[in-house]
Ligand binder design. Structure first.
Ligand code: C2E
Ligand code: MG
Ligand code: MG
Ligand code: MG
Length: 292
């Protein structure tokens, strides 16, 4: 195992540290080789348009097919990749893979929506992002309008002057830019009007709170109103119940994403869904949850 091959100081630490730390060191060592070993894979989660219930796009979500531990969710390795700087390479791999996949679906006449890709703060702050995105689009043949980049609130708040420039350069390519996990960043709202953006993605914590008291509903309604008054569209994530769908529809949310429609699934499943009934999904009747 990596533990035995590692340098002496790693062995020293692993002997003294608990299981969590040992796992962490083991993962970090293997993470460095995971791209070359082609161990990263993408699942895609459908995004549904509220007006007609059709699949309007998908979000690419990375998983690590670890040789010993099986399929790992991003929460297990993204923080490590961020600390080690490997996240830049990983994000670029994801971007390329997702664009190639979307271009193939477009070429097959299956897909006319948007492919959404998450960008880490590090990737966003790395100089030359727009040029790299442009190159990936050109190589894959994907139209810029078919790509959406998701950036968290804290990422754009980090250095607002630079962030505005980066956002402008991305928008100039013709790609869509969304703020992910909106409402969790504890930041001033004044930045919103200065940043060129397209979409606010309402964090799933707020969607979950719809089931609680009236305050949860008031907050979601306020975010949708805020998005619309800034000329942005509102997307809800983490939608799990028919009641949540009804509330979001009633309150003018533009698109929704969540287990109610589908978990993140393998590309074959997306292709099948797109082909089936030309991607028509019902927003009124419950849809069976699709297991990956
Ligand atoms: P995110 O971008 O906010 O993605 C949504 C997460 O919510 C995904 O978790 C998705 O599987 C989960 N989700 C979707 N619908 C539901 C639902 O109805 N209920 C619940 N409870 N969860 C739902 P996942 O795949 O574990 O990803 C977690 C986070 O990891 C993502 O949050 C994103 O921040 C990050 N991530 C994923 N892929 C990438 C990537 O390629 N690059 C970077 N930098 N980050 C990524
Ligand atoms: Mg996202
Ligand atoms: Mg999110
Ligand atoms: Mg998140």
């Amino acid at each position: 195992s990596a533990r035995h091959e590692g340098p002496a100081h790693l062995c020293f630490y692993t002997a003294r540290m608990g299981g969590a730390m040992r796992e962490r060191i083991g993962l970090e060592t293997m993470l460095c080789q995971a791209i070359a070993r082609r161990e990263f894979v993408l699942q895609y989660q459908p995004r549904i348009g509220m007006t007609d219930g059709r699949m309007v796009g998908v979000e690419a979500l990375v998983r690590w097919r670890h040789p010993q531990l099986g399929l790992l969710a991003p929460g297990r390795f993204i923080p490590l990749a961020e600390e080690s700087g490997l996240i830049n390479e990983l994000d670029m791999w994801v971007l390329r893979e997702a664009c190639v996949r979307a271009a193939a679906w477009c070429a097959q006449g299956l897909f006319s929506g948007r492919m959404s890709v998450n960008l880490s703060a590090r990737q966003f702050q790395q100089p030359g992002l727009a040029q790299r995105v442009r190159a990936v689009l050109a190589d894959s043949g994907l139209a810029p309008a078919a790509l959406e980049l998701e950036i968290t609130e804290s990422t754009v708040m980090h250095d607002t002057e630079d962030a505005a420039d980066v956002l402008r350069s991305l928008r100039a390519l013709g790609v869509t830019v969304s703020i992910d996990d909106f409402g969790t960043g504890y930041s001033s709202l004044s930045y919103l009007k200065r940043f060129p953006l397209d979409v606010l993605k309402i964090d799933r914590a707020f969607v979950r709170d719809l089931d609680g008291d009236a305050t949860g509903a008031a907050i979601v309604r306020a975010i949708i109103t805020l998005a619309h008054s800034l000329g942005l569209s509102a997307v809800a994530e983490g939608v799990e119940t028919a009641e949540q769908v009804a509330f979001l529809k009633e309150n003018g949310c533009d698109e929704i994403q969540g287990y109610y429609f589908s978990r993140p699934v393998w590309p074959d499943e997306i292709a099948r869904l797109l082909a089936e009934a030309a991607g028509a999904w019902s927003t009124v009747s419950p849809h069976p949850v699709i297991q990956p």
